[in-house]
Write a protein that binds this ligand. Structure first.
Ligand SMILES: Cc1ncc(COP(=O)(O)O)c(C=O)c1O
Length: 388
């Protein structure tokens, strides 16, 4: 049997990881500025997280949601505390797409409507509704196509206002990433998020804050939408939630009421996933990692800003992106192969930084030194090639 070949992969096999570093099967050490795709929040194999998962594994790994699972409530309490939303309700599932799927569905149950507003360059996952709300026709199968989803230009307040003026009570939900990840690190403006809040209030539509990539402390606040000073009705979360253990959830405002069987999943909220997710929040709190993301993120931004060959620097905390001009097209590859540093990308020309929230200033310096060196070499080579 072969693997279904859907991922273009680097020819590297990672077999060990600790903090912000990973090692391949040949013993090479790599600095992980990619966080395994924004998943590593508290650092690879954090000892407390390992211990808590091991302890849970010795007790019980899984039983169905037909019995009491007290660790789910412990997780909900801690999430309420760390996210500053103690009065919200938690539904647990397994992936980012599933979180968004449930959020969109719950919004529709709540107000009985069908229309969903999404935005240009949005990415919300690959399941049926989540992919329909994703602005990438190449991953939408014919069976996923629906007229219920309408794409508006990102950060365009007039377009949003116009749409609500026309469709008023037909809008079920508005789904938006606080900072678009796959779309290339595009930050939603404060006034745009405030307008979404106002219009959702006015028309009883549901504001869904996709925090799968930009949430869980990555930007220096628990949800990146918090920078706008407004509350969403539903927050979706996944990646950083388990620090690599698959777990996801939606945090639901108190005015949205539950009914038995309206949502459900076999694996969601299992004992082991909850132990991993609880450990993540405890570490995040104890080690003040949101603060660290803010500080080290600001340091990185300030230093990268000085590298004038890199364009359109943007982001918040440890969710950073910049554009790479054609002469620097090998930058990402060279950072990996020459300097052993993983970074992320967004097509066609964006480098994305999504490291662990525990990244130190020394790690940041290591990255910056490599970045400066490589930008300088590539720029010189390009000029030389042009002249000869
Ligand atoms: C903003 C956002 N939403 C949803 C998803 C989908 O998450 P998953 O791959 O866990 O289904 C992603 C994944 O990259 C994402 O970045």
């Amino acid at each position: 049997m072969t693997l279904f070949d859907v991922y273009p992969i680097n020819d590297i096999s990672i077999i060990k990881a600790k903090g912000s570093y990973v090692w391949d099967d040949k013993g090479n050490e790599y600095l992980d500025m990619y966080g395994g795709h924004a998943v590593i929040s508290i650092g690879h194999t954090h000892p407390y997280w390992v211990k808590k998962i091991e302890e849970q594994l010795e007790q019980i790994a899984f039983y169905s949601n037909s019995i009491k699972i007290p660790i789910q409530q412990k997780l909900a309490d801690k999430l309420g505390e760390v996210s500053g939303r103690k009065d919200y309700q938690l539904f647990l599932c397994n992936s980012g797409a599933e979180a968004n799927e449930n959020a969109l569905k719950l919004a529709s149950f709540y107000n009985g409507r069908k229309k969903i507003i999404s935005f240009s360059k949005a990415f919300h996952g690959r399941t049926s509704l989540a992919v329909a709300a994703t602005d990438n026709a190449s991953i939408v199968a014919p069976v996923n196509e629906t007229d219920n989803v309408n794409f508006l230009p990102f950060n365009d307040e007039n377009a949003l206002q116009d749409y609500f003026d026309k469709h008023r009570d037909e809008v079920s939900s508005v789904i938006i990433e606080g900072i678009q990840g796959v779309g290339g690190i595009n930050v939603a403006t404060v006034s745009f998020l405030k307008l979404i809040r106002n219009l959702c209030n006015k028309y009883n539509a549901v504001f869904i804050a996709d925090s799968v990539q930009c949430g869980y402390g990555r930007t220096g606040k628990f949800y990146s939408h918090d920078y706008a000073g407004v509350d969403a009705d539903i927050y979706t979360m996944a990646k950083g939630m388990g620090n690599g253990f698959p777990v996801a959830g939606i945090s639901i405002a108190p005015h949205i009421h539950s009914k038995h069987f309206m949502l459900g999943t076999t694996f969601g909220g299992n004992h082991l996933a909850c132990a991993a997710a609880l450990a993540v929040l405890e570490v995040m709190h104890k080690e003040n990692l949101m603060n660290n993301a803010n500080e080290v993120g600001n340091y990185l931004m300030n230093e990268i800003k000085r590298i004038t060959e890199l364009k359109n620097l943007r982001g918040k905390g440890l969710m950073i992106g910049f554009d790479v001009t054609p002469e620097l097209k090998d930058l990402k590859k060279n950072l990996l192969l020459k300097h052993h540093i993983f970074t992320g990308e967004a097509k066609p020309n964006v480098i994305r930084l999504l490291p662990s929230l525990a990244l130190t200033k020394d790690d940041a310096d290591k990255f910056l030194n490599a970045l400066r060196e490589e930008v300088s070499i590539l720029s010189k080579n390009y000029v030389t090639m042009g002249v000869s």
